[in-house]
Every structure is written in structure tokens, then in C-alpha cells.
Design a protein around this ligand. Structure first.
Ligand code: TMP
Length: 236
């Protein structure tokens, strides 16, 4: 079993949140990086805004790695290709779920945790909230199954901050549709993405201290002004 990671342990459970605060106080706070995740449904402008967030953090001379899920390591990127490729065979729910977490396990243990433990900031394009939204909301996978795998793969570690870019599904799908070839998820129908969006919004309202919901239907300038405020508040 992997050694329990030493830093950035925020969880849903209040007693563990308190525990994680005391864990953090044992490390030099100026050295502790934050684990930040950017999420959203299709066509919310994730790529542009990930770069924007990266630039803000780097401008502060903070040591940062930028990574993504599924993916982030050679093995996890191979699993990503398998997961995203359109195919004639129906991918059963458990296979999709387990492949997502297989990629996550590799990425988490070999890249995210070592970075956090060496004091780096981690900016990740999607993480486990995407599983709750896409597999849970979109596919209807039971939340308890996701929680089980989340605990198995991540132990008590949860991202410090999750930024969700939110846009009406119709607008998002129109934007995403302009990109040409659609992957296996992008080929899903509108009701799938309505459920994905709903799952993200539900998670955001349950834990407002960790979730930052940004209205991505606004002009980019306004979206980025809000992102700047959010990142500033995180950097402190
Ligand atoms: P991306 O195109 O935003 O990089 O993400 C790849 C796709 O993978 C996206 O459609 C969402 C999906 N996905 C899941 O279904 N579950 C997950 O846990 C993750 C991380 C991504």
C-alpha cells in the first residue's frame, strides 16, 4: 500500500477536514502547494482558462506542475486514448469507471502526490469530480461505487480547490461541436450533458468553501476577471 501522503488533505467529512488542518500545520506553510482542479462540461473554455490560471500562478513565482485527467503519465495517457476513442463495442459502466480510476491511480501516485509532497502547486485539468459528474451524473453509476474507488486510490487526499466553469449545455455543445472530430464522450446526447452539469452544480453547492463556480457564459474578459479573483484568494 502507498505511504499516506503528507500534505493537502481536505475531505468531505468535517472530522477529517480538522485532521487535515493539523496535518498541514506540521509542514512549513510557505512550502505547501495547493492542489487545484479545473472542471466543467463540454465547450466551457477549459483549455483557454487553464492556461490563464497557469500564467497567474507562475507569475507569482510559485513552483507549479500542470497536468490532466484522464492522463498525465505515459500509462495514464494510453488509458485516456482507450477511454476517448469512439468504438462500436459498448463500453460497460464498470469498465469505464475502472479505467478512469486505473489512470487516476497511476497519475496520482506517480505524479500528483510526489509534486505535492515536494511543495509544488498542482493544477489539474479534471480530476475525481469529473467522475462524479460524467460516470455518476451522466452514466448513472452509483455514487457509493465512486466513493469506494476514490478512497482506494486517493486515501484521504482531495483537491484543495475545484473551479467549475459552468455554461448552459446547449451553448457548450455548440462551441464543442465546432471542433470537428468528436471523442466518445463528446458524442453523447444533450440529456447526458444536462445530467453531468447537474452533478457538478450539486457538488459545488454542497461544499462552497472548496468549490468555485464561475459563469462561463459571460464574455471571456469577465470570466477571467472572476478567475483572477479566485486564484488571488487561493494564493492569499
Ligand atoms: P477533456 O476532453 O476535457 O480533456 O476530458 C476528456 C473526457 O473524459 C471528457 O469528456 C470528460 C471525460 N472524463 C470522465 O468521463 N470521467 C473522468 O473521471 C474524467 C477525468 C474525464
Amino acid at each position: 500500500m502507498a505511504t499516506p501522503p503528507k500534505v493537502n488533505q481536505s475531505t468531505f467529512d468535517q472530522s477529517t477536514i480538522n485532521q487535515s488542518k493539523s496535518d498541514r500545520s506540521q509542514i512549513n506553510s510557505s512550502k505547501a502547494g495547493q492542489f487545484i482542479v479545473l472542471e466543467g462540461t463540454e465547450g466551457v473554455g477549459k483549455t483557454t482558462n487553464l492556461k490563464f490560471i497557469e500564467d497567474i500562478i507562475r507569475d507569482q513565482n510559485l513552483d507549479l506542475i500542470v497536468t490532466r485527467e484522464p492522463g498525465g503519465t505515459p500509462l495514464a495517457e494510453e488509458l485516456r486514448e482507450m477511454l476517448l476513442a469512439p468504438r462500436n463495442e459498448k463500453v460497460v459502466e464498470n469498465a469505464e469507471l475502472l479505467l478512469m480510476f486505473a489512470a487516476r491511480a497511476q497519475h496520482f501516485d506517480s505524479k500528483i502526490i510526489p509534486a505535492l509532497n515536494s511543495g509544488k502547486w498542482v493544477l489539474c485539468d479534471r480530476f475525481t469530480d469529473a467522475t462524479y459528474a460524467y460516470q455518476g451524473g451522466g452514466r448513472g453509476v452509483d455514487k457509493s461505487k465512486i466513493e469506494l474507488l476514490e478512497n482506494l486510490v486517493q486515501g484521504r487526499v482531495r483537491p484543495d480547490h475545484i473551479i467549475i466553469l459552468d455554461v448552459d449545455v446547449e451553448i457548450g455543445l455548440k462551441r464543442a461541436g465546432q471542433r470537428g472530430d468528436l471523442d466518445r464522450f463528446e458524442q453523447e446526447n444533450r440529456s447526458f450533458f444536462e445530467n453531468v452539469r447537474e452533478a457538478y452544480l450539486e457538488r459545488a453547492t454542497k461544499e462552497p468553501h472548496r468549490y468555485h463556480l464561475i459563469n462561463a457564459a459571460q464574455p471571456l474578459k469577465q470570466v477571467q476577471a472572476e478567475l483572477l479573483e479566485t486564484i488571488k484568494s487561493i494564493i492569499g
